[in-house]
Design a binder for this molecule. Sequence first.
Ligand SMILES: CC(C)(COP(=O)(O)OP(=O)(O)OC[C@H]1O[C@@H](n2cnc3c(N)ncnc32)[C@H](O)[C@@H]1OP(=O)(O)O)[C@@H](O)C(=O)NCCC(=O)NCCS
Length: 235
Amino acid sequence: MIQIDLNEGEIHLWRLNLETPPVDWQISGLHLLSKDENERAQKFKRGMDDYINTRIFIRKILSPYINKSPEDLIFDLNPYGKPFLRHSDIQFNLSHSKQWAALAVGKNCELGIDVESTSARHSTLDIAKHYFHPDEISQLERMTSHEEKQDYFFRLWTLKESFVKGLGTGISTGLDKMNFTIDHKQAISADFSPDLQLKNPQDWHFFQYELHEASVKNWCAVTVRSSNNINLVWM
Ligand SMILES: CC(C)(COP(=O)(O)OP(=O)(O)OC[C@H]1O[C@@H](n2cnc3c(N)ncnc32)[C@H](O)[C@@H]1OP(=O)(O)O)[C@@H](O)C(=O)NCCC(=O)NCCS
């Protein structure tokens, strides 16, 4: 079995195009799923194939990091539903949009990842006004073109979601508790509300990528909490 060794601070990013998964997975990969995963798959009215392919993807990707067969991985959930590997120093986080499943893998760190398609037609400014920090709303309001607003909204949204997924508490944390800025050099900075009681705010690192396929643009944000220097690699 191939083994992958990760150094602390090294983050591997994997993605699966859910529109073109490996053709044999639905047949040869089904046995990798646990009883619970199989039962959950059967409950899907729509999206069952995506769910199954994503579970196979997670198991196949994580397996060499912990030197176990894909079917032998055991997952637990934190009180907010964040999955983690039992008895392991390998951490991971998953996000799926319509087209992509993306997985971040690291060692002895906290991880969050979020992918969103920017094709949504709803009024993103209304959503921002409801959920974002006042400074972020001001940044959006100052933008003149609809395209620029829409794009910046999704950049902020994915950063926020990846952060609350890194915290492990999810959106119940309140998306106005953090204030992100992306400057003209694409540098990302964040201020945090004291409510979050972050012990070492400087240990939280943020990264962002565009995932393009055909005409649809997706933003992907990754949050890492670690006191090490971070090196992210797309695999
Ligand atoms: C986590 C959350 C932000 C996901 O947002 P999303 O953009 O809709 O979905 P994404 O595709 O990016 O992420 C989904 C994946 O995140 C992971 N996840 C679930 N809960 C998580 C959490 N609290 N923190 C980090 N990751 C989480 C799972 O792997 C999930 O995949 P699955 O649905 O296939 O199991 C949102 O669902 C949330 O806030 N959940 C918390 C709910 C909660 O507070 N529950 C408490 C009672 S259990």
